[in-house]
Design a protein around this ligand. Sequence first.
Ligand code: NAD
Length: 319
Amino acid sequence: MHGFFRRAVVYDELSFDLLREVLPVSFSSVFIPGAGFMGSAIAYLIASKTDARVTLYDSFPEAIKKSQASVEKYVKTSVEKGFITAERGEQVKRSVAWTNKLEDASDADLVIEAIAEDLNMKHELFKTLDRVCKPDAIFASNTSSLPITSLAAVTRRSSRFLGMHFFSPAHVMKLLEIIPGIDTDCAVVDQIREYGKSIGKTVITSKDMPGFITTRLGMVLLNEAAFALMEGLSTAEEIDTGMVLGYNHPMGPLALADFVGLDICLHVMETLYEGFGDTKYRPCPLLRQLVTAGHLGKKTGKGFYKYEQKELAACGTKK
Ligand SMILES: NC(=O)c1ccc[n+]([C@@H]2O[C@H](COP(=O)([O-])OP(=O)(O)OC[C@H]3O[C@@H](n4cnc5c(N)ncnc54)[C@H](O)[C@@H]3O)[C@@H](O)[C@H]2O)c1
């Protein structure tokens, strides 16, 4: 009872107390574990918008090579499009470094974790980082669906731990969803909110409940579209057209699920189902079947659609 009451007060403070003093919002050293798709784009975003030194950490040499090429490409494209000057582009490149040693996080002011979406792996990483990093460093996770409070609990800094959920591609998409755990200090939330704005994002805040705001709402639509297809309401194309033309979505939910990866969609639905214990989040059997068959969407060439030479074709799920 007491715990619940205290938590409710914290959330009210997060939403409504706008008078608190906000701490400085610049970080001079940012450490990003996970030099994959999201980590590389977040690194470029921070290097291009601030004067921070940014270090990307990955345990796989191939991932580091790929990440170096990605950052190079982001700089090149931004210079070509006139978003930054060639001189600034060179500065940005010099401010990003790569490492395979977690000890290099020792001087970080802010850590933004973007490794694989696996609770145990993230726990192990944060336990080590907690030993390596300065006690006042802020820890953030870019997880799309894992509980922030659980990640924070393996560290001795749960008051300085929160979710910073960027969207793909992180240097282009305007949204940043921040997720305080139940012990996150309000001043830290304010600081990260201001930091998010300073790097050009519109910031929303969600309580730490399964799927937060965006993953929960987005995935429920994708899962429901899979049910509509399974029940034979229409073809994949027509279901998608309904949402593109009827609701102005840039992409239909089934095409989007293929783009995200059906294994990832299934994993998120399982997290929602388990987290809420509510059957409304049960994963669609068709989604499960496609994953079992290895049809994971665009990355395997087949999901709700078939992908041949970059052309979309219906995959025969039409009833
Ligand atoms: N892809 C998206 O659209 C998206 C959007 C928002 C959030 N996210 C979240 O961002 C995180 C990363 O997703 P991604 O799409 O960039 O994945 P990714 O597979 O492209 O990158 C993950 C990187 O982490 C590295 N890695 C994995 N385990 C590691 C470990 N134990 N130690 C060090 N490095 C490790 C891998 O080598 C890889 O380079 C996930 O938590 C995901 O849920 C993804």
